[in-house]
Every structure is written in C-alpha cells, then in structure tokens.
Design a protein around this ligand. Sequence first.
Ligand code: TRP
Length: 338
Amino acid sequence: MKIILTGDRPTGKLHLGHYVGSLRERVKLQDSGNFDEIFIMIADAQALTDHAGTPAKVRENILNVALDYLSVGLDPKKATIFIQSQIPELFELTAYYMNIVTVSRLERNPTVKNEIAQKGFETSIPAGFLCYPVSQAADITAFDANVVPVGEDQAPMLEQTREIVRKMNDLYGENLLVEPEIYLPGSKVCGRLPGIDGKAKMSKTLGNCIYLSDDTATVAAKVKEMYTDPQHLKVSDPGHLEGNAVFTYLDAFCEDTATLDEMKEHYQRGGLGDVKVKNYLKEILENTLTPIRSRRAEYENRPEDVMKILKDGTDKARAKAAEVLSRVKHAMKINYFG
Ligand code: TRP
C-alpha cells in the first residue's frame, strides 16, 4: 500500500510559497495514480497550539484553506480532505506516544526551536506547542501513511515520527506502525520561495506574499514592486541574479528553461531591463493562476458544499484512524473490554 498524508495549519490563506513548496506536487502525486490513499489534513488543532487566544482566526481559515486546496486541483474524489480536530482518535494516539518521548528530545527540535524564538515563547512555551511534533506523529501514523510530502522545515517532525514508530514497534510489536518517508520538493528554490521583498521566506507576518486568491491587478502590482538587483540602475548595466526575487520566481514557475537561460544571460550581460523581466514573470504567473482562479470561482459561492466535502472527508479519515488506534490498543493490551 502507498498512502500519503500531509497537511497545513489553517492560519491564513495559502500563497505561492505553499504552491511551489507543496501544493503543486500534491496535485501531481494525486494525478499520478500511484497511491492507494491520499489524506490531506487541515491541521486546526496544531494551529491552536500557538493560537489558544485567537481560535476565530483558526476557525475562519479552515474554509480559506479548503478553497485553496480545491482551487489548485486537489480533487475530493481522489484525495480525502479532513479537519484534524474532529478526529479524537488522533489525540488518543498522541497521549500514548507522549510517554515514549522525552522533554529534552522535544526541546532539541530545530524547527520548534526556531518557532519558539520567532514567537517570543522562550519563557512561556505552551506545553501543547512543545509537543506538537508528537501529535504530528499521530497524524501520520493514524493513516498508515508511508509518504509525507512536506517542505524541508518539516524534516525534524518526520525524524521524530520515525523514532516514535521504531520505539512503539519495539515495545508493542513488530510492524505495528508504518515508518514514513519524507517526500521533499524537487528543487531547492521550490523548498523556500522568497517574499516579493526578496526576504528569505514568503510569509503572512512579513506581508510579502502573493496569494493564490489574488486577482490579476493585485498580482501585477506586487510583481511591479518586486525586489530585483539594487545595482541594476540603467537597462544597459549588467544585472545580478543572486538574491534577485524575479529570477528566483522564474526558476520556480517557468517551464521554458531555454528562454529563461537566454534571459538570464542577457540580464547579466546588460541591456535587459527589469520591466521586461517582470512582464514575463507576470505572464507566467497568470498562466499558473488562471486555472486556479476559475476552479475557485466554482466553489467560492458554495461554502455549504465545501463544508460537505470536509465532513465526508473527515468521516472517512476518522474510520481509518479508529482502525489504527484499535490496532495499537490491542497491541498494548489495553483493550480491556474486547
Ligand atoms: N506542521 C505542518 C505545517 O506547519 C502541518 C502538519 C500537521 C502536518 N500535521 C502534519 C504536515 C502531518 C504533514 C503531516 O505545515
């Protein structure tokens, strides 16, 4: 069996960074026909580990993320889209896994460490936040997933999951849980798309995103202000590619590598202006976003239908998680009433 599980925290609309980093790949995997099951989780419970005081923000973004999923072409007939918090079996599994993970192991997780610093949590880390990698192990193992397509920043979560799987199997029975593999984006540039300001990462907090739901005029305005090469003052000056967001985006989106290589050469030689390169990028982004927009238009005014898709997906996912939880409790011999 080949089973995929992946997901996103619903804390905002999804942007082009999500698209090249994971969504585009998910759709390809979905359409490859190589997988028996594909589970896509809206990780609202994980989002609440650092949004306890603002649950509305999480709740309101569930529909946004679902719309983004459907817009990029995730197909509920092929992929099961579900809401994490509605599957209590995940929390039960988490509780058992928590006993085989040490606090110091959790404190070493580099991604969690970064997030703690970013959020200024150093002196007051919510316990649930520190433990979210354990709950992520439950998310993955509850579906017997063996392929987890995520960005590079999730590698420590996969490592933690694999440790938990090995320990559980050691303690309670060989082959009890499936050991998952990370599936990374094909290229480095797709792993981390910079913001339009050229900063290392596209992020809502930095306000440097192009959203999948942005219209043509908004995308045009954002491309217009995009960071390029500050030393490229006159068209005739030689330009630099390094750190030049426009070219980084072209690397991530442009499939015509011959044309792109030629442009890069011309730019570096001098004589190719930023406006021309930006116009080309605009055209490429429009090609990407047009089908996404038209799928969004189909669903946008039917929130009840989208909720129905989530409800059906959640029912299906819950049945699978219940099966795995029962298997685990059986192996642990804590199924007292049969
Ligand atoms: N941590 C992931 C993120 O921040 C979201 C997530 C939660 C996830 N559970 C998961 C991803 C399980 C893959 C598998 O994007």
